[in-house]
Design a protein around this ligand. Sequence first.
Ligand code: NAP
Length: 479
Amino acid sequence: MTEVRRQLFIGGAWADAAHGATLPVDDPATGEIIAHVADAGPEDARLAEEAAVSAQPGWARTAPRARSEILRRAYELILERTDELARLMTSEMGKPLAEARGEAAYAAEFLRWFSEEAVRIDGGLGLLPDGRTRMLLSRRPVGPSLLITPWNFPLAMATRKIGPAVAAGCTTILKPAPQTPLSALALAGILQEAGLPDGVLNVVPTSRAQAVCEPLLRGGRIRKLSFTGSTAVGRLLLAQCAGTVVRTSMELGGNAPFIVFEDADLDAAVDGAMVAKMRNMGEACTAANRFFVHRSVAGAFGRRLAARMAALEVGPGTRDGVDVGPLIDAAGRAKVEELVDDAVERGARVLTGGRTPGGPGCFYPPTVLADVAPGSRLLETEIFGPVAAILTFDDEDEVLDRANDTPWGLVGYVFTQGLDRGLRVSEGLEVGMVGLNTGLVSDPAAPFGGVKQSGLGREGGRAGIEEFLEYQYVAVPVR
Ligand code: NAP
């Protein structure tokens, strides 16, 4: 791979921050600083805005096929460099290399998917009901877009936004999470190499997110915000967007229920639980947060899940055979510890894990808690760690009520061998996505997103590009 630059990427050029500031990036497996990256301030944000705004008209006029082919080349470059990108991701974020490779493939797939969508943006011609007026419909890019991403999927959250924006003809400013700027900068290098014109993508890592983003959102020149992160920050950004009526897509937090009925195939349910809980060490918005297991199978499910969790190898993500890397930082781990302690104080039984190891790195062991009491804090917030909290239930209506009793609605998981029940419960869940007898829902070809306070809009699928397109309707009288 070409060298990963550590500067800001603005208008197709690499530059230090205006005041020479840098931010440290550390390896959560060791706590050691692995890089210093340029730390953007408001002046740099203004330059990025200028670059994105200036490049917008030309990019909107660029042939869809040309936009498509750039994305396709970038897809191929990511695949060629999977290993190097995976190492980079593991070093700044901690996930095991095998998962990081999986993320590189998943991230690339968004670029392939949207390279295919770029050439399928259609319009329409119709006749209004009175028969006297034609209606010409065309689609156009919404305009310069600010993309804000979290640290948990440093590459895929970026391509899930850049892919559709670029395909639609929008120019962009990407503000990655400060913990994981290197993956974003590597991606910028790849897109440049793939032929993306100057100014279409600008990348501004910063330790001062609000100072950089708020003026952009309030300034009136940025026309779209696509945000992935917590619901709390999402609310704040929505308020900032209100002033200039910036269009928004919001991929926010979750509190996923994982429901196991008495007729479930328990092997499949445990397999599904391992994926839904342990993908990314539990640091995923899709992570199963509340396991509702029918009383008659709760003991067996808990024992089997605990045995599988206890067998996982915890360690630095770069080491062969490691299944579970460190959590992102000390604050992330402290939150998990507090949530587990609170549940145990309220009567939960620890089936495995539950104790923080000594030594360097932000490690936390895979943990299963049974008999979690209502009111435990981990039922009301995202755990964001490798902790499965098991509750029991007795009947279908009761479990649906309890599963829906949350302000979030991103995803739910249902395990049952009854087709009618599976569909009925899926339809009854107030969520944007359901895994029915599976623990994995994410796919670039599917509309990913939530209802309630889990978000607005969708990423991926046909819906993904719609988020970056406007309609224009031209009325033409029939003469
Ligand atoms: P976060 O604290 O909300 O941060 C997300 C991003 O927003 C970071 O880049 C962050 O930068 C930035 N940010 C924070 N305050 C900001 C402000 N005032 N103005 C502009 N940007 C601001 O979330 P996180 O802890 O990084 O990520 C975990 C959350 O993301 C979880 O809730 C998870 O569920 C959610 N998530 C959702 C999806 C989904 O598709 N629904 C996918 C992945 C993750 P700073 O860190 O510098 O503040």
